[in-house]
Design a protein around this ligand. Sequence first.
Ligand SMILES: Nc1ncnc2c1ncn2[C@@H]1O[C@H](COP(=O)(O)OP(=O)(O)O)[C@@H](O)[C@H]1O
Ligand SMILES: O=C(O)[C@@H](O)C(=O)COP(=O)(O)O
Length: 410
Amino acid sequence: MKIGVVADDFTGASDIALTLAEGGMPTVQYVGVPKQAAGPDVQAGVVALKSRTAPVNEAISQSLHACDWLLEQGAEQIIFKVCSTFDSTDAGNIGQVTEALAERLGEDRVVVCPAFPENGRSIYQGYLFVKDQLLSESGMQNHPLTPMTDPDLRRVLARQTQWPVEHIPLSAVMSGVDSVAEAIAGDQRCMLIADAVRDEDLVTLGRALKGRRLMTAGSGLALGLPANFGIAPSDIPWVGSNGAGVVLSGSCSIATREQVANYRRVAPAQELDADEVVAGNYSLQALVEWVLKQEVPPLLFSSADPDVVKAAQAKHGRQAVASAIEELFANLAAALSQSGVRRIVVAGGETSGAVVSGLGVSGLEIGPRIAAGVPALKVVGQPLALALKSGNFGGPDFFVEALERLGNAS
Ligand SMILES: Nc1ncnc2c1ncn2[C@@H]1O[C@H](COP(=O)(O)OP(=O)(O)O)[C@@H](O)[C@H]1O
Ligand SMILES: O=C(O)[C@@H](O)C(=O)COP(=O)(O)O
């Protein structure tokens, strides 16, 4: 293994796994820290955790455990994969986990760069933009678990770490590899938010990071890394899994809500109401039976507008409602797969974490892209294909495209 990734959620893990696989590295996504060694051919290992919203100490211990396993597999470089919208709260935990990993790896100066231009996430003057809007005006200010209300990543990160936070401006990045290397060099330990607005900027940063032990990043920064190991881009083979399909959507992000609205027009759909979920009023068996009798892959969704989400949270508590919905999706996925469903499209990072845990998956083979940041996935040892879609990724017809892609041969 050359590159090891500690990913703070499951959609994020498959996002960066796709970038590394497209970059030519045989890549496997692990679900949690494996008990056994990685296969001898794996060049990039991505350990998917569900630590993004975990308490700081738990996130640190899970991340260190993952890092240690990756180092044991021979990883020369560790990426702490965080969200391209820097999803976190003032309590953490990107800063604290970065500190802990840096101490473990003996790294004093850590570049932090969540930019992902292909999906509209760029960083300029330390501010994160989503397309043409500041992060805090992009809809992410309404996220159910990690509302992002401050677009200045230097301030956001400074609230999560004792380390000084510095900045690598776009002018330095555009000046090339040497100028970035100069900005990274220094005696004082710090985290450096790096500007990047184009893929070329990420490639420059990636080249300047050759030999560094740690970086904290979105999937974009991985664009430039395989080349540091002399590896060239390649096509990813795929043999799809045909059979019954379903879409499970627990994401309340803007892109997902549009995808839900569109898919409802062409397929049977059932909304899962948060109050009813918390009250335990849904029968798993009835939902499974409903899915199995549909001719077109149906949609089950709890995705709702911000005012509906806020009302449910005020009534039941933010974490309680999220956990109840995640548990229902996890149980549903397990029951559906046991009943013969072979293609599952999931929308939402936390939701994906719950679903994959419910399915009892240990590893995922990375297939070709369905959309930027979203690969087709094959479950190791099960006849099941998955798509784990980040809340804000994918075009308006993503669910149709994903179901088709999962079923097809490449
Ligand atoms: N109707 C709802 N009310 C309150 N919380 C919800 C509702 N639907 C989903 N959630 C919760 O919101 C969170 C969405 O997060 P996630 O799945 O990561 O989506 P995204 O990828 O858009 O961030 C999950 O924890 C989910 O259980
Ligand atoms: O970097 C990204 O945006 C994604 O890879 C990611 O982490 C998405 O998280 P969710 O939006 O919570 O799915």
